[in-house]
Each structure stands twice: as C-alpha cells, then as structure tokens.
Design a protein around this ligand. Structure first.
Ligand SMILES: C[S@@+](CC[C@H](N)C(=O)[O-])C[C@H]1O[C@@H](n2cnc3c(N)ncnc32)[C@H](O)[C@@H]1O
Length: 275
C-alpha cells in the first residue's frame, strides 16, 4: 500500500473506531474529546518553544555500548541512532553480567546482536526476529533467529511457544505503528518482572504508536479511589513500573515486584492550617 493510501485507510479506520466508541462507551469518548484540547495546547506550546544553538552531545566515552559501536569498523553491520546509546545504557546496565535473555526485532546484518552479547556477557541468551530469511545466517549456540512478520499474531503465537519468557525486548523492525503496537501487545505479557521494552524509530509528530504509548502512560496515573492516602491499582499499574519518552524511542519497564496499592504518607508534626 502507498503511504497516501495508507494514510487514508488509517483516517477511515480511526473515524470508524471513534464512531463505534461514541456509541458504545460515551464516557470514554468524552474523556478522549476533552484530552484532544490538551493535545492541541501541548502542540502549540512545543512548536513555539525557544530554540538554542548547541554543538550536540555525544554519548559518554564511559558508555560501553557507545565504545563498542565506535570501535566497530569491520564485520557484521550495526545501524543505530547515536543518541540511543545513552538510553540503552541507562535502562539496560542492570542486566550486565547477569543471566539475561534479550529479543531484538530487526536483525538486518547481525551486528547489533553481537553488540548485545558483548555488552551483557556470556550468560546472555539472544533471540533475533526478522522477516528476511537471510537473517537465519546469524544463528549460533547463543543466538536463535525466528523468521516471520512482527505484525502477524500467529507468528507471535509460534515464537512464544518456543520462548515463554524474556527480560528485554528491542523493537527495531519495520517501524510501522501497527507493527510496533502488535509487538508490544504480544511481548509485554511474556516479559519477566523488571523487564525492559524498547521501541525504536517512532518518527513524526502525532505518530500513532506514540499516541498509543501516551495513553498507556495516562493509565499509570489512573486513580480509582477518592482517598487522598491510598489508591487501588489497575492491572496495568500492577505490572508496569514506568514509561519513558525520548526522541524516536519509548521505553517501558515492568515492576520487579507486582504493586497492589499506592499509599501516601505524612511524616512530621508541624503543618500549615490551610489544608
Ligand atoms: C533497521 S533494520 C534493523 C537494524 C538492526 N537492529 C541494527 O541495529 O543494525 C530493520 C530490520 O527489520 C526487518 N523488518 C522489516 N519489517 C519487518 C517485519 N514486518 N517483521 C520483522 N522484521 C521486519 C528488516 O528486514 C530489517 O532487517
């Protein structure tokens, strides 16, 4: 499908889904409408934000992934945006040297799988996923490659029969919003406690995967009780620790221990009288 046809299809699909929502769940529809105004305010604020000339910043030389990438001049190719290296190291360093399993969607020339192995160490199990059969060549004793389409639910059923759990998922595959959404939906439930999900190359303002992730982030703020000191948790809050937005990247971390309630505490004895 051409991108123009794809856009028209997406508009029609979204409008139809909204009409159905208005009919079936008017309260949720009203909330979405209310938030559209906030989105417009945020859009205007961001577009008018002052610009300052800078010299750009490279990842720190102490970042082992950046160091590996810099030194990589030969062998199997790696293709990453420079600013991703800080994001990777910030969220993934807790797994270094541990027994860890990582799944990367988008194998291409195999170099990134080698980088993960070098970073995490010899206790690391690697799973690569790609639609191109040529990527099967990168399989070895610690790397399994699965060939298929990340947008296919039946492909994921097959993969998950063979990989019941994983610690890290990095989606660097086709980069279409629908592929990214389906990949998240299929892999988040099989991620271990403390797991980290990274979705890359979310390009463009009003990107549809970014909108999906932003509403998941909104669910983290859900508060179903009126008590100021205690909040029951939704099943999403129970499992998900945090969602982080970076240029072109969304990172989601799972709770290490499931949360059953949020509590608020006051310590100290001197208080202002107005509250
Ligand atoms: C940007 S490259 C991956 C780069 C690699 N991770 C690296 O860091 O060097 C994207 C890869 O995604 C694969 N791909 C594209 N569409 C896909 C899909 N629907 N399902 C699975 N893989 C896909 C492509 O074949 C390509 O190898």
């Amino acid at each position: 499908m051409t991108s123009r046809k794809n856009n028209i299809y997406n508009y029609i699909h979204s409008l139809t889904a909204l009409a159905q929502l208005a009919f079936r769940s008017p309260r949720v529809f009203a909330k979405l409408l209310k938030n559209m105004h906030c989105s417009h305010q945020a859009y205007q604020y961001a577009k008018s934000y002052p610009y300052h000339q800078g010299d750009g910043s490279k990842p720190s030389p102490q970042n082992p992934l950046w160091d590996y990438f810099q030194k990589k001049q030969k062998g199997n190719g790696i293709w990453k945006w420079q600013h991703y290296f800080e994001i990777y190291h910030k969220h993934l360093q807790k797994f270094v040297g541990k027994k860890v399993s990582i799944m990367e969607i988008g194998v291409y020339s195999g170099g990134s799988l080698e980088m993960w192995r070098s970073y995490f160490g010899e206790n690391c199990q690697i799973y690569g996923i790609d639609i191109e059969p040529a990527c099967k060549n990168y399989e070895n004793e610690y790397t399994s490659i699965f060939i298929g389409d990340q947008q296919s639910r039946s492909f994921w059923q097959d993969v998950k029969r063979q990989i019941p759990h994983v610690d890290i998922v990095i989606d660097d595959g086709g980069h279409m919003a629908e592929q990214q959404r389906i990949t998240l939906e299929e892999t988040l439930p099989i991620m271990n406690p403390g797991g980290v999900f990274i979705c890359e190359d979310i390009h463009g303002d009003f990107n549809r995967f970014a909108a999906f992730a932003a509403t998941l982030a909104s669910e983290l703020h859900n508060k179903s009780t009126s008590s100021p000191f205690c909040g029951e948790v939704s099943s999403f809050q129970n499992a998900i620790h945090s969602i982080h937005f970076y240029p072109y990247v969304v990172v989601m971390e799972k709770n290490l221990h499931a949360i059953s309630e949020f509590t608020s505490h006051k310590h100290g004895e001197k208080w202002q009288p107005f509250l």
